[in-house]
Ligand binder design. Structure first.
Ligand code: NDP
Ligand SMILES: O=C(O)C1=N[C@H](C(=O)O)C[C@H](O)C1
Length: 265
C-alpha cells in the first residue's frame, strides 16, 4: 500500500533529510509540502536534489483541501506553526507524525483529546533516534536505584526550544520510577539565577547551545561513592530517519495519540 505524505518544514535540517527519505522509500509518496515562505512554488525549484514538481503551500488548510488523499503529515517545522499544522491535519483526518519539539503540556493534552475525538492516529515523538530512545529507557531503569539525577542536553545554537523535547521526555520517564525529591543541599542558593538548571520534580535539566553540536544528551546518576552516566550522540540528521519511517507506518494502524517512540519499540 502506498502512503501519501505531506512534509511541513521541507527546507529545514530535518525536513530536507525527510524529503530525501520519503522520496527513496518505495511505499511512500510525497504529495505536497507546507512552507511559510514558498507558497505556490514547487519543491524542485527550491531543493536541488528534488526532481519532481511537488506543490508547496503556506496554508495547511489549503494543502489538505487540495490533497484529500493525504494519509500522513510529517511535521518538522517550529513549535507554534507545528501545533497549528497538527490540529489542521487532524481536522482533515490526516495522521500527524510530529518531530517538532517545544509543544507545551497544555498543547500536548489538546492534541491528545482532539486525536481521540477525531478517531485518528497521531504520534508526537521527541526523539526519533533509536539510540536516544534506549538512553531514555535505560535512564528510567536506573532511576529505581539512583534517585539523584541531572540531565545535560547539548544542541546546535539554532535550536528554538529549551530544554529539549528529549530531556523533558527523559525526565518524565525517570519520574515514573522515582519519588519526587529535592536534590542538592537543602539550603543551597543560586548566586547567579539558573545556575542549578531547570527543575522537573527535583530532576535538574541543563541545556547547552553551541555551534558545532548536533544533538547530544547525558543522564548522570549519583549515589555515595559512584556515578552512572548514560550518554547518546546524534552525529547527523540521518540518525532520525529510521524512526520517522517506523512511525509513518505505525500511525496508519493506531487511533489516538502516542507520545514517545519508547512505547512502540
Ligand atoms: N523528534 C526528533 O527526533 C527531532 C526533532 N527535531 C525538531 O524538529 C524541528 C525542526 O528542526 P530543524 O530541522 O533542526 O530546524 P530548522 O530550523 O532547520 O528547520 C525548520 C524549518 O521550518 C520552517 N518553518 C518555519 N515556520 C514555518 C511554517 N509556519 N510553516 C512551515 N515551515 C516553517 C523554517 O523556515 P525558515 O527558516 O525560513 O523560517 C525551516 O525551514 C525542531 O522543533 C526540532 O526540535 C529536530 C531533530 C530531531
Ligand atoms: O532540535 C534538534 O536538533 C533536536 N530536537 C529534538 C529535541 O528537542 O529533543 C530531538 C533531538 O535532540 C534533536
Amino acid at each position: 500500500m502506498t502512503i501519501n505524505i505531506v512534509i511541513a518544514g521541507p527546507r529545514g535540517k530535518m525536513g530536507s533529510e525527510a524529503v530525501k527519505m520519503v522520496m527513496n522509500e518505495p511505499d511512500f509518496r510525497l504529495v505536497a509540502c507546507i512552507d511559510h515562505k514558498n507558497n505556490g512554488k514547487t519543491l524542485d525549484t527550491i531543493l536541488p536534489e528534488v526532481d519532481r514538481a511537488i506543490p508547496i503551500y503556506e496554508d495547511a488548510q489549503a494543502c489538505f483541501q487540495n490533497h484529500k488523499n493525504t494519509d500522513v503529515l510529517i511535521e518538522l517545522s517550529v513549535p507554534a506553526a507545528g501545533y497549528k499544522h497538527t490540529k489542521t491535519a487532524l481536522e482533515h483526518k490526516v495522521r500527524p507524525v510530529v518531530g517538532t519539539t517545544g509543544f507545551t503540556e497544555t498543547q500536548l493534552k489538546e492534541v491528545d483529546a482532539f486525536a481521540q475525538q477525531q478517531n485518528v492516529g497521531c504520534m508526537i515523538i521527541p526523539n526519533f533516534a533509536v539510540g536516544a530512545v534506549l538512553m531514555m529507557k535505560f535512564a528510567k531503569m536506573a532511576a529505581t536505584y539512583f534517585p539523584d539525577v541531572d540531565i545535560i542536553e547539548k544542541h546546535h545554537d539554532q535550536k528554538l526550544d529549551a530544554p529539549s523535547g528529549t530531556a523533558i521526555k527523559t525526565a518524565e520517564l525517570i519520574r515514573e520510577n522515582r519519588q519526587s525529591k529535592k536534590q542538592g543541599h537543602p539550603e543551597e542558593k543560586e548566586t547567579i539565577p539558573g545556575a542549578r538548571g531547570a527543575d522537573l520534580d527535583g530532576i535538574k535539566l541543563h541545556s547547552v547551545r553551541l555551534p558545532g553540536l548536533v544533538a547530544h544528551q547525558e543522564v548522570i546518576f549519583g549515589s555515595p561513592g559512584q556515578t552512572l552516566t548514560i550518554k547518546h550522540d546524534s552525529m547527523n540528521r540521518a540518525s532520525f530517519m529510521d524512526g520517522i519511517k517506523l512511525c509513518v507506518n505505525r500511525v496508519m494502524e493506531i487511533k489516538g495519540l502516542i507520545y514517545g517512540l519508547e512505547t512502540i519499540l
